[in-house]
Ligand binder design. Sequence first.
Ligand SMILES: [Zn+2]
Ligand SMILES: [Zn+2]
Length: 385
Amino acid sequence: MSNNFSAQLINWRRTLHTWPELSNQEQATTARIRGWLENAGIRILDYPIQTGVIAEIGHGESLIALRADIDALPIHEQTRLPFASQHAGVMHACGHDVHTSVILGAAMQLKAREDRLPGRVRLFFQPGEENCTGAKQFIKAGALEGVQAIFGMHNEPGLPVGTFATRGGAFYANADRFIINIHGKGAHAAHPEQGIDTIVLTSQVIQALQALTSRSFNTLDSLVLSVTRIDAGKTWNVLPEKVMFGGTLRTHDVKVREQVQQRVNHLVKSLVEASGGSADVSWTAGPPVLINDKNWARVASEVAKVAGYEVRTADLHLGGEDFAIYLQNVPGAFVSIGSDSEFGLHHEGFNPDETLLAPAAEYFSRLAEQALTLLNEKTLEINPA
Ligand SMILES: [Zn+2]
Ligand SMILES: [Zn+2]
């Protein structure tokens, strides 16, 4: 790998980093990516999408896809880097600029040996990952048609550069959101007996939810329920009529997910009704559990080993990732690549180590080629998603 290649990827990444755009508003990002691909003579495919780019390299029957996400977050950057965000309140704090630059780099390498490629590699530069709309949009537009396997990455701030991790089966979590409304009866703070105290009820419900998830489910079920917001009351001497609170539930198993949701609904209602109040619980589904194909995860790890990575078996991840939706339609593997940042994902100080870029790009170009070779040989046992 030449220094030029590495410098080019850093340059692209910094440009993307300086001009981040929120989910589904990635117009300038889309134009940049398109321009860089077109400059390299890579063919852009025409799909009905608002933002994002779909391109393709190679010829032949076999077809795999490499996916990068391109959107940023509503976070005000505090890194003080010379290439820090110039869009106030918007930041590439999840490293999607890194993922985009890695897949661009892989594209350049694949383009350089396009004549020898044993098939086609479709490139997804996907918008709207953070709000879980992008993968659905791409699938609806037809981007997955003909794709036999799909691969993607997330940088992992907790892993050193040069480290690679993935796992077969469940990997990233199912991430649901919930909102709970508790209705009671407002009263003077000095006379709670005249009302139904929603504040005390809410604190009981929150405690009971923590006990439910830790006492009524197997520790090995891997679930976490966090209450992240409470909206209630306006002043010091009035007991509010209503409390709204909410948070997230993360699981790795659809059955566990369903059981927890049922138990939460039941517990909230019965506890609140026993005190004379009423409650409603609403759930919004985020990304589903991400399930890697076992064979493709093994291939992804083998290629990483050959490429010089220290390869680990990843732990279950409690984050959500909309790549999971592709994997419900096509087999493939999602992988973690160490980015060694002091501050984690979605943090205003997130600062991944850019030396990961060139090796990761090289890795994905090798993986793409190896996947096509295996598809042509028809030796890999593929488990349909
Ligand atoms: Zn994120
Ligand atoms: Zn992300």
